[in-house]
Design a protein around this ligand. Structure first.
Ligand code: UD1
Length: 434
């Protein structure tokens, strides 16, 4: 297992370019299979989730040419299978989008229940509710979701809760259903809108994405297209927080500032400076950050994916912060690792109470999921001495070359090989777990 070695204490300065949105990419890639011609997708992040998904698409018979420069050509015309391979799907949460796509394309899909980060129970009952409303018979047998429809017919679907995955998955099936589908209480995340725009570029008729009612008129045929994915809201937010935490001065480029408003608002409340340009935000952290209260919510609320990173800022802020995680059960598993670095965090159920301390100190910490990994990297950047973050395969799932981007801003971070450590040498006494 590789790990990051970080020497903390250096303010980040300079410019960083944000890549394409992971959560849009992992929906748009399978969506491309709906077309009767190849699609070219640009601004794809070259991250492990995208590479894994590209392999899954090939397994079901698609032709995928993925370059490490962020472009993929996806040709779904050769698709032969309505079943996806168990091992790969288990590794990737977003593989559930193949259910919607294959059901739309073949009227039949068999997909193992998806895996992904362990951040609590992640049911797919709302996806299934949507498929059933469109006329599919859906059952789960031996861990595999089996959906089949003689004919898909549009319907009105009211989501019991706001779900990104269910909203997108229902759109993916409904574009090929007969008549009109209405999704009520739909998710409004930027990547939901991006998927709708992509589907429309392929000839679909999706209206209302970005509001809580989406209307989809089914079409018989979908064409190929060229499409550029939006910038990643969560990667941008991570760098904004790293800039504020280290009291640096960073221009986060190639972003859509509107998508970052909830993050900007919280950083301003904490005392950081945020200046918005047309396609950049500049974040400067000067004085010690101030305490803040946060409740994670669906867009445009504060994103759950940035709850772990901002908890690091709360750890060193003046005063006591309260974070309410309203979406997932187990999204405070990083708190124990932050405590090892000196943070004062109490977690009760889905609430974290964080009493800010003057400083964190470096040690060996373990990433428990993707965004926990990002949070621990930020913690390492502000900690006294050296920090090593292990289990960084989680980070590689969602951040493209994060150590290069951070080094470009002046951070002292390097990737160590399996078994390698520099901790004992750097910190004055042994900091190993035990
Ligand atoms: C997506 C994102 C993930 C992000 C999350 C919330 C992808 C690949 N992942 O995950 O990074 O943290 O949105 O913004 O885009 N729920 C149900 N039943 C369902 C579906 C969801 O109860 O059928 C619940 C979930 O347990 C959770 C809430 O609804 O409490 C929101 O989940 P959802 O928006 O569906 O998240 P994901 O699509 O899994």
């Amino acid at each position: 297992m590789e790990r990051f070695h970080i020497i903390g204490g250096k303010p980040l300065t300079g410019r960083v370019t944000i890549g394409g949105a992971k959560n849009a990419a992992v929906a748009i890639m399978p969506a491309a299979l709906l077309a009767d011609e190849p699609c070219i997708i640009d601004n794809l992040p070259y991250i492990d989730d995208v590479i894994c998904l590209s392999n899954i698409l090939e397994e079901v018979g698609a032709k995928v040419k993925l370059s490490n420069r962020g472009v993929a050509q996806i040709d779904g015309t050769s698709l032969r299978d309505y079943k996806a391979p168990f091992d790969m799907v288990k590794r990737l949460r977003a593989s559930y989008y193949l259910l919607g796509v294959l059901l739309g394309k073949f009227g039949k899909a068999e997909i193992p229940l998806p895996g992904g980060c362990d951040i609590g129970a992640r049911p797919i009952d709302q996806h299934i509710k949507g498929f059933r409303a469109l006329g599919a018979d859906v059952k789960i047998e031996h861990g595999i979701v089996k959906a089949e429809a003689k004919k898909l017919i549009g319907n009105e679907i009211y989501l019991d809760l706001v779900s990104v995955g269910a909203t997108i998955n229902i759109m993916l099936t409904a574009v090929r259903a007969e008549g009109t589908t209405t999704i009520v209480n739909a998710a409004k995340e930027p990547h939901v809108v991006d998927v709708a725009n992509f589907l429309n570029s392929m000839g679909a008729n999706v209206k209302g994405a970005g509001t809580d009612v989406i209307r989809i008129k089914g079409v018989e045929r979908m064409n190929g297209c060229e499409y550029t994915i939006i910038p990643d809201q969560i990667e941008a937010g991570t760098f904004m927080m790293a800039a504020a935490a280290t009291r640096g001065d960073v221009i986060v480029e190639d972003v859509i500032p509107k998508h970052l408003e909830s993050i900007t608002a919280k950083l301003l409340e904490m005392g950081a400076q945020v200046i918005e340009g047309d396609d950049y935000v500049r974040v400067r952290g000067t004085d010690r950050l101030r305490r803040v209260n946060i409740k994670t919510l669906p867009y445009p609320g504060f994103p759950t994916d940035l709850q772990q990173p901002i908890s690091v800022l709360c750890s060193i802020a003046k005063g006591t912060s309260v974070i309410n995680e309203s979406l997932f059960d187990h999204r405070f598993r990083h708190a124990e690792e932050l405590r090892r670095m000196g943070a004062n965090i109490k977690v009760e159920d889905r609430i974290a109470i964080i009493e800010g301390v003057e400083k964190l100190s470096g040690t060996l910490v373990t990433a428990t999921d993707l965004r926990a990994g990002a949070a621990l990297i930020i913690a390492g950047l502000i900690a006294e001495g050296a920090t090593e973050v292990e289990n960084i395969h989680y980070v590689d799932r969602g951040y493209e070359k994060i150590e290069n981007k951070l080094s470009g801003l002046g951070a002292q971070i390097r990737r160590l090989k399996d078994g390698e450590t520099l901790l004992k040498r750097v910190n004055s006494h042994s900091l190993f777990k035990g």
